[in-house]
Design a protein. Structure first.
Length: 69
């Protein structure tokens, strides 16, 4: 009775999830002082490493949901 119907994968959501993961990874590297190219207030600030980690986790969760449909 409560059949949701066929599941559909969402390529747009998957692309957005990958973008979120990559953004988070850059923020982690900047926050840890590993990625120092350019001038940024984020370089060497551990707060951005934590925010970046949260983005990576969020992107992975969204990506898994998008891949399942």
């Amino acid at each position: 009775m409560n059949d949701p119907g066929p599941t559909r994968r969402s390529p747009l959501r998957l692309v957005l999830a990958v973008g979120i993961v990559l953004t988070g990874a850059v923020w982690i590297l900047q926050g840890l002082g590993i990625l120092t190219a350019g001038r940024s207030f984020m370089i060497g600030d551990p707060t951005w490493a934590v925010i970046g980690a949260a983005f990576v986790v969020t992107g992975i969760v969204l990506g898994r949901r998008a891949a399942r449909g």
